[in-house]
Write a protein that binds this ligand. Structure first.
Ligand SMILES: *[C@@H]1O[C@H](CO)[C@@H](O)[C@H](O)[C@H]1NC(C)=O
Ligand SMILES: *[C@@H]1O[C@H](CO)[C@@H](O)[C@H](O)[C@H]1NC(C)=O
Ligand SMILES: *[C@@H]1O[C@H](CO)[C@@H](O)[C@H](O)[C@H]1NC(C)=O
Ligand SMILES: *[C@@H]1O[C@H](CO)[C@@H](O)[C@H](O)[C@H]1NC(C)=O
Length: 470
């Protein structure tokens, strides 16, 4: 009898286990295990892309703004990255400088020119701040104006005159460039927009045919030593200096050693993902943002999942997960929000006839993070979950706990979510994004023991939002 029962259990066990694992799994959230505090998610409309938005009909303009910043009908982005111009003109997609002409040397009185528009970035920033409550504005220069550089051109690389190894017959332009950046912050302040983060480099590891300026960590540190006191003197003590928007995660990692002497003057480390992806933390105590990435050349796709192509939504959901959970970022920015043209370089496409504005599932992948992981949210520990899925959890300001389950595989099943540490839920909602749904509400239940449950299908991203009882 005993032997028979043992045999029965032994025979039954594997198939039972298989059924159970296919049918249900449990995510346990540990609120006592805390990681980074989030600043949010965002994008940019630099290089005159904001002009494209502003040229739309009033209805499409509002629709595009809602898609970017509205928390109920769009992505609810909380960070906008603006471009500080360095070009002498506005031809092509150039960002014109606020001092297009050399005022006559680094010590000459500056000759700033401000059109109050800044390629519609003032309009966009004002809308973001006033209509949608965006508070984080990252102003980022791709280069100093050409006359401040070793190559006399704002494009094609070159270095800022006066940093280590960059001497120019015109003199040392470090202070003049710092003054110039501070003036840009002041123009925005006068327009009613507070710049919170200021960057002076973009992909300094590359020389490109558009605005670009080279720097290694030491040269960046040389300038930060001038920029910080210049900001402070103008009372912009709260403006954080960022560095360095390198082209890839390992390129940025390579600059950190030489930046260590200015860690106390820096506020934010920033890096892009083109040349290498964020899959492990950068070696710094400063908060880190991923500030630029996109599938630049791939043909426009709106798909959530078809073959895991570079522009697909589910792939983006996973990419963002890796940056947050594996690489410890506190902010994630897509390259461009809204623009025309046939590639995936943006999340939202303006049709060729400019009569429609089309969101891709990349936008909704961002939205599924951005709407539920709000500024100030603290990432917390999780264990368990469906096999093959990526799971993360955050406690938002106000106590709401949001749990993301990204099921990249084809099979799904019931997922239970238990929050420990005495958390008591009074309600749960679940939201799903997959091939056919866009952050649609998904049936969920809250058991008497506080366990939330929902059925998570394959190739989907589901977010559970648990409201605290008190
Ligand atoms: C956001 O979208 C909702 C739903 O369409 C709308 O009611 C609300 O007015 C929008 N919010 C803002 C700030 O425009
Ligand atoms: C900075 O603030 C101090 C104290 O409020 C004030 O005296 C000073 O004039 C301000 N400086 C600038 C440049 O605004
Ligand atoms: C993660 O980033 C935070 C700052 O946002 C930092 O304090 C912490 O040390 C980082 N953790 C790791 C493992 O790098
Ligand atoms: C999640 O993504 C889907 C589209 O794939 C979108 O429809 C939905 O609105 C997003 N949910 C949220 C909360 O942004």
């Amino acid at each position: 009898m005993m032997a028979n029962l043992m045999l029965l259990v032994a025979l039954a066990a594997p198939s039972l286990a298989a059924i159970v694992s296919r049918q249900s799994s449990t995510v346990t959230v540990d609120l006592s295990k805390t990681y980074q505090t989030m600043d949010g998610f965002g994008t940019s409309e630099t290089f005159q892309r904001a002009n494209q938005m502003r040229a739309l009909s009033p209805e499409l303009q509002r629709y595009s703004l809602d898609l970017l910043f509205n928390r109920t009908s769009g992505a609810g982005f909380t960070i906008l990255r603006n471009g500080i111009g360095s070009s002498p003109d506005s031809s092509s997609d150039h960002m014109v400088s606020i001092q297009p002409k050399n005022p006559g040397g680094p010590n000459a009185p500056p000759k700033y020119v401000w059109d109050g528009n800044d390629n519609s970035q003032v309009w966009l920033s004002t809308e973001a701040a006033k209509t949608y409550g965006v508070k984080t504005f990252y102003a980022n220069a791709w280069s100093a104006p050409g006359y401040m550089k070793t190559n006399g051109n704002d494009a094609n690389g070159g270095s800022l005159c006066g940093v280590t190894g960059a001497t120019c017959s015109s003199g040392d332009w470090k202070q003049a460039y710092a003054n110039y950046l501070v003036q840009y912050v002041t123009y925005y302040k006068e327009a009613g927009v507070d710049i919170t983060h200021l960057g002076f480099l973009n992909e300094p590891d590359l020389a490109t045919s558009y605005a670009s300026m080279r720097a290694d960590g030491r040269q960046a540190a040389d300038f930060i030593k001038v920029l910080r006191p210049t900001l402070d003197k103008a009372n912009y003590t709260q403006v954080k200096i960022t560095c360095c928007d390198a082209g890839g995660w390992s390129q940025q990692a390579g600059m950190l050693g030489q930046l260590s002497s200015v860690n106390n003057q820096l506020g934010q480390i920033t890096a892009h993902s083109y040349m290498s992806q964020p899959t492990s933390p950068l070696n710094t105590k400063l908060p880190v943002w991923q500030t630029e990435y996109a599938d630049l050349q791939g043909p426009w796709t709106e798909a959530w999942y078809s073959n895991n192509g570079a522009g697909e939504g589910l792939r983006w959901a996973n990419t963002i997960y890796d940056a947050i959970v594996r690489a410890n970022v506190t902010g994630y920015l897509y390259w461009i929000g809204v623009q025309g043209g046939p590639t995936n370089s943006k999340m939202i496409r303006i049709s060729d006839d400019k009569k429609s504005v089309i969101p891709s599932k990349r936008l909704w992948a961002m939205a599924n993070w951005s709407r539920f992981v709000r500024p100030g949210a603290v990432r917390v520990g999780t264990s368990g979950g469906p096999s093959g899925a990526k799971v993360s959890a955050f406690r938002n300001v106000g106590g709401t706990v949001s749990v993301q389950v990204i099921q990249g595989g084809a099979s799904g099943g019931a997922v239970n979510v238990k929050v420990g540490n005495g958390f008591s839920a009074k309600g749960v909602k679940a939201w799903i994004t997959d091939n056919t749904r866009d952050v649609a509400e998904l049936a969920s239940t809250l058991g008497s023991d506080g366990t939330a449950s929902a059925n998570v299908p394959g190739r989907s991203m589901v977010t559970f939002v648990l409201e605290p009882a008190a």
